[in-house]
Ligand binder design. Structure first.
Ligand code: HEC
Length: 110
């Protein structure tokens, strides 16, 4: 293969890897939806948002209509007089990801 074509392939591969890295960094970490449901109940989210996220006194959070970063920032500090703050000591990043996955998976599967 001519050298300049090989070079193009190399460039293309580099862009692919780079894009994959960026996309990966922006998306949610792997969450486990069964654990997510457990954390959701355990941390009493259901007391305000309901067992299903759409049947409580607080705002409806299922189907969840936001990205992971936004969700996490709300869990950490909802900036609300009602919703408590959940720092990392209370809910680890992994647990936030699990809850997020649960609320998202529920959304895409009936
Ligand atoms: C004591 C009641 C209470 C508890 C417990 C609670 N929330 Fe909330 N939550 C609220 C209220 C009230 C709001 C609306 C905040 C506002 O806008 O002032 C809210 C907002 C939110 C939102 C943003 C909704 C939107 O559409 O903007 C998310 C997401 C959320 N809560 C998730 C959770 C999760 C996850 C937990 C458990 C870790 C939890 N909440 C625990 C009361 C609660």
């Amino acid at each position: 293969m001519p050298k300049f074509i090989a070079k193009q392939y190399f460039k293309f591969g580099f862009i692919l890897v780079f894009t994959a890295l960026i996309v990966n960094a922006c998306s949610a970490p792997e969450g486990n939806m069964d654990d997510g449901k457990r954390w959701y109940m355990m941390h009493n989210c259901q007391a305000c948002h309901g067992n299903q996220g759409d049947d409580g006194k607080g705002p409806v959070i299922y189907p969840l209509n936001m990205g992971y970063r936004h969700f996490k920032s709300i869990v950490r500090n909802a900036n609300s007089p009602i919703m408590p703050k959940f720092p990392e000591e209370k809910i680890s990043n992994q647990d936030v990801a699990d809850i997020y996955t649960w609320l998202k998976m529920k959304s895409s599967t009936p």
